[in-house]
Ligand binder design. Structure first.
Ligand SMILES: Nc1ncnc2c1ncn2[C@@H]1O[C@H](COP(=O)(O)OP(=O)(O)OP(=O)(O)O)[C@@H](O)[C@H]1O
Ligand code: NI
Length: 428
């Protein structure tokens, strides 16, 4: 193989669909999401509360809990060693150097957590046991990864339900006797690496002795213990004040650079996206409705939802840009209450008759617009349609909106109040 980095994406997610089966009905939390993340890049996911960002993140690492379930999709992760290990037993799950994590046994998926893909959350307290020192907990994370890496993965998957596989999978942390001196030293090194002053002393402190910002750093250190290639960060700075937020974002940027790690950064804050991301996806009602490079999406947003979000940041230099809610409400994701239309149409100033059908993803630029079949029935997509661009090329600028491909036509605009009648006409 030619050395160096592959141009293949590190993560290539297709048609990922996650639902919750609740008493109130089926919640379509994540609907046919496509996204790609390349080596060493920061991919942002932005959207209002309830749009499906966190469930997307959890789906990527298979942490969706009941009554939630991933019902469709592929999660291709590039790992040449894993691909060759899986090639014989799970040929369907292997394509070149990439492995579809949805098609490998759960214990193989779990074994990647921490070592290949790590996650950090908004609330660092949730990642630490309050009664064990921070240093000890990070040393344990190091120890777990250290043992995992000294055993070939094939051994691990054969010893399923026993030893490392289950150790990594469970929330039960190995007892202290397991943790070697080297792991303790590495933990202190990691604390230093994430900018914790006097890491040797701080390692001996308990989580409650840390400030919010310091604990956030410690959580990053814990996530780095296995030297992951991909870090998923769900609102990592939302609970922090603006100064500390900037420090944590700088830390992530430095680490990403230093360790050549890719990051999926989830936030409702477009200011954070603007400062950190290379590319982004804008989520609305469980879908990625616009997707592209930071420049494409910020300079020429196509979806009126994206335009609305961007319109709500008057000044990117504002230290605390805020998402001003767009008029109207985020739709219910309960399947029975969703119409099969563009979910933003009822809030959209440019809704047209076309928007009563669900729009596919249109490529925004490119003369022979590449149109991507929406979810099911995409099997004919192998041969390129259009003259320009590949259908579903996840690196391009796309929008699930007719305006990406059609001019706004006043004559076809839906009359004002069109949607009010259908949902509100019950009283008097
Ligand atoms: N355990 C659950 N049971 C039922 N529905 C759920 C569950 N978890 C999430 N959902 C639903 O899934 C949808 C997406 O939620 P998600 O947490 O991903 O949104 P989000 O974009 O991360 O929002 P926020 O910015 O508030 O974190 C919401 O409608 C939410 O109510
Ligand atoms: Ni969330």
């Amino acid at each position: 193989m030619a050395g160096g980095e592959s141009s293949e994406p590190l993560l290539d997610v297709r048609d990922l669909t996650t639902r919750f089966f609740t008493e109130e009905g089926q919640v379509n939390a994540v609907e046919s999401v496509d996204l790609t993340v390349h080596d060493g890049e920061v991919f942002g996911v932005v959207g209002e509360s309830g749009s499906g960002k966190s469930v997307t993140a959890l789906s990527l690492i298979d942490l969706v809990e009941s009554p939630g379930e991933i019902v469709a999709g592929e999660v291709w992760y590039r790992d040449a060693d894993l691909a060759s290990e899986m090639a014989a037993s799970h040929p369907d799950a292997v394509d070149g150097d990439a492995v579809d994590l949805r098609r490998v046994p759960p214990e193989v998926r779990r074994s990647l957590r921490g070592s290949s893909v790590s996650m950090i959350f908004q609330d660092p307290m949730s990642s630490f046991n309050p009664s064990i020192t921070v240093g000890e907990q990070i040393a344990e994370a190091v120890e777990v990864q250290r043992r995992a890496s000294t055993n070939p993965r094939s051994t691990r998957s054969r010893t399923q339900g026993f030893g490392l596989g289950s150790m990594l999978a469970s929330t039960v942390i190995p007892t202290r006797d397991y943790v070697g001196e080297e792991s303790h030293e590495r933990a202190i090194e990691l604390l230093g690496q994430v900018g914790i002053p006097d890491p040797e002393a701080r390692a001996g402190e308990y989580p409650h002795q840390y400030s919010g910002g310091m604990l956030q750093r410690a959580m990053v250190a814990q996530a780095l213990a296995g030297e992951p290639d991909l870090l998923i960060a769900d609102e990592p700075t939302t609970a922090l004040d603006v100064t500390i937020e900037a420090q944590i974002l700088n830390l992530l940027a430095d680490l990403q650079d230093e360790l050549d790690m890719a990051i999926v950064l989830i936030t409702h804050d477009l200011g954070v996206i603007a400062r950190t991301c290379d590319r982004l996806g804008v989520m609305y009602a469980g879908e990625i409705v616009e997707h592209g490079s930071l420049e494409d999406v910020f300079d020429s947003p196509v979806h009126p939802y994206t335009q609305g979000l961007l319109g709500s940041i008057p000044d990117l230099d504002d230290p605390a840009p805020r998402l001003d809610p767009i008029e109207g409400n985020v739709p219910s994701l309960v399947a029975a209450e969703m119409d099969d239309r563009c979910y933003f149409a009822d809030r959209c100033p440019k809704a047209m008759e076309e928007c009563l059908d669900k729009p596919p993803a249109f490529a925004v630029d490119g003369a022979g617009v590449a149109e991507e079949a929406d979810g099911t029935g995409a099997d004919a997509a192998g041969s390129a349609t259009g003259s320009d661009g590949v259908p579903g090329d996840a690196t391009s600028h796309t929008a699930k909106c007719y305006l990406a491909d059609h001019e706004f036509d006043e004559a076809r605009a839906l009359p004002e109040g069109y949607f009010d009648e259908s949902d509100g006409g019950s009283d008097t």
